[in-house]
Write a protein of this length. Structure first.
Length: 366
């Protein structure tokens, strides 16, 4: 990250940008009429729900995670997301070295494996929730300024969603929803993106850092910074690469011609295609690229020619705000950065977590 570029951008960011985060509450973001994705009624999962049922719930509501509620404890015990599912899958198939887990975690994992050996779909999510140890449970109130949530995201790259509660009379607070990084980026794109500025006939920018390119901001780390798998590596190997490198997606590349041409990607959310159907486990041994093509075909995308490469790509020269708008428009958590050469070489990846620190820095007083 280029500190000089960030400081310069911060100094010229408008008061409108800062006021958006300081005066908007977390509850107001959840109530926005333009919020079109995700369930209208907040979703939480019971501790005794099976892994397969929980996976089906995430897929049905088109969400990546949900808080887990314990009736016995009378509160939330953690978050359940696809990262936990990936860790679970790898444990079932003995792909995670046991020395990586703590003693307490090892006891839980042993219990999971024992249950899974008898019934791979019957394991309750209370044994899998937080298994990855990468999805902390953080809660705020509806009256909490959005800036507070933004700072939480900026200070913890492992945090992707925050539980929002409403204070009620009595001992228990009401669960009203989950605030995600996607919602924040969508708000920024809607208020300060190039498209709304063009529509309004405005030329000035309220988010100066957003006008700098990904290269200028130090967000293009090079090919070696991207976790990749080969076309013929299995889906299980891709999941293991994600787990060991603490990333939520890997690029599928073709290195046949001496460079890493982006051909597709596999993300942790794709695990739902394995867990949500009977016999889906066999797809763990599919070659990554074949799995990618089949998955995108089912989703209604073309699986051949130029369309087989995901459209969610940007270049080093792409301004940050354009990348944010693209992620908001396509409802994705990341875009792949490909070279300007036209060969499709992957040279980086930009995720929502990379954007949060720039948004938080732009809100700092001059």
């Amino acid at each position: 990250m280029s500190s000089s570029a960030t400081v310069t951008a911060d100094a010229s960011s408008s008061e409108a940008f800062k006021l958006l985060f300081s005066e908007t509450t977390c509850g107001q973001v959840l109530e926005r009429p333009s919020r079109s994705s995700g369930p209208k009624i907040p979703i939480c999962l019971d501790t005794d729900l099976s892994v397969q049922d929980a996976c089906n719930a995430l897929a049905a509501h088109r969400i990546s995670s949900a808080p887990v509620y314990s009736p016995e404890q009378g509160g939330f015990i953690g978050m359940f997301d696809y990262r936990d599912l990936v860790t679970y899958v790898l444990e079932v198939f003995r792909k995670v070295p046991k020395e990586e887990a703590s003693f307490d975690a090892e006891m839980e994992i042993t219990d999971i494996i024992k249950r899974a050996s008898m019934d791979r779909t019957g394991v309750p999510i209370k044994l899998v929730s937080n298994l990855s140890q990468q999805n902390p449970l953080v809660a705020v109130y509806t009256t909490t300024p959005l800036l507070t949530a933004l700072q939480e995201f900026a200070n913890n790259s492992a945090l992707h969603r925050i539980v929002v509660l409403e204070k009620c009379d009595g001992d228990k607070d009401k669960f009203v929803g989950v605030l995600s990084q996607s919602l924040i980026c969508g708000l920024v794109a809607e208020k300060f993106g190039r498209l709304p500025r063009k529509t309004a006939g405005r030329t000035e920018t309220d988010f100066a850092a957003g006008e700098l390119s990904l290269q200028q901001l130090g967000l293009v780390k090079g090919e070696n910074s991207v976790v990749t798998v080969d076309l013929n590596d299995t889906v299980l190997e891709a999941l293991y690469a994600m787990h060991t490198n603490h990333v939520s997606s890997v690029a599928i590349v073709d290195k046949a011609h001496g460079h890493s041409k982006l051909e597709g990607s596999v993300s942790m959310t794709d695990i739902k295609e394995i867990l949500s159907s009977r016999g889906g486990w066999r797809h763990l041994y599919d070659p990554c690229f074949r799995f990618f093509v089949q998955l995108r075909s089912v989703q209604g995308l073309e699986a051949n020619g130029s369309d087989r490469v995901p459209l969610f790509t940007v270049h080093p020269s792409t301004p940050l705000i354009v990348a944010v708008e693209k992620m908001a428009a396509t409802k994705t958590h990341r875009v792949w950065i490909v070279s300007e050469s036209g060969k499709g070489d992957v040279v980086g990846v930009l995720g929502l977590s990379d954007v949060m620190p720039f948004l938080a820095a732009a809100c700092q007083p001059e």
